[in-house]
Design a protein around this ligand. Sequence first.
Ligand code: ATP
Length: 229
Amino acid sequence: MSKLLTLENVTAFYGASQALFGVNLEIGKGEVVALMGRNGMGKTTTIRTICRMLPHSSGRIFFAGQNLEKMPSHKAARLGLGLVPEGRRCFSGLTVHENLLAASRDGYWTFQQVSELFPRLSERRDQFANTLSGGEQQMLSIGRALMTNPKLLILDEATEGLAPVVRQEIWSAMFKLKDEGLSILVIDKSLRELTAIADHCAILEKGATCWSGITADLVPDITDRYLGV
Ligand code: ATP
């Protein structure tokens, strides 16, 4: 199967400080991959390099058949990278509907489709984003990424800080997206949910991939070694 995203030995720096030391990652079309690792191991930095918010200094990144080296972030986004960043960024002074329309690109995902996935967003269609609850803002942030009609949806801690019942709504939406065949790269703290949804997992340790494989092979020995506290 041809890969949608491939990272080969990617390294990256924040100024003089090296954060990635050799990240390897592959995502096939229609696959869900969980990017795991303890705090500070380089998960968000890896996503930043994929989305070209941080250049990589060596290694290679291919997405949708294109080498992303030297590609600015807006062009990479147009290739089909749909990022749901940490901290639910939306336009606070725009309504739910305006936020979604502002992100819109041609394709399957429209306001109607997003409303079916998250009925709460259609109920709050004309409400300003800054008056939404945390969970609703997260739904809006996911909706905005979907409105770009991405080939790959990237979720960085999308359930962080939300009430359990709202988390469950977000996970249900992710399962629906997986069933619809969307490719997803997901970072989250809930190992239980991650292993339920992911086809493959990759674990980072000190900025490098230390384990990757199918989720069924992610045995307690490995999770204890690399993810245990
Ligand atoms: P968390 O689960 O805590 O979000 P993470 O696995 O996403 O962690 P990163 O945020 O990618 O980890 O951080 C990787 C390393 O890069 C850490 O050592 C962190 O301190 C460092 N780092 C992250 N952002 C910056 C920055 N803007 N400037 C300098 N160093 C940074």
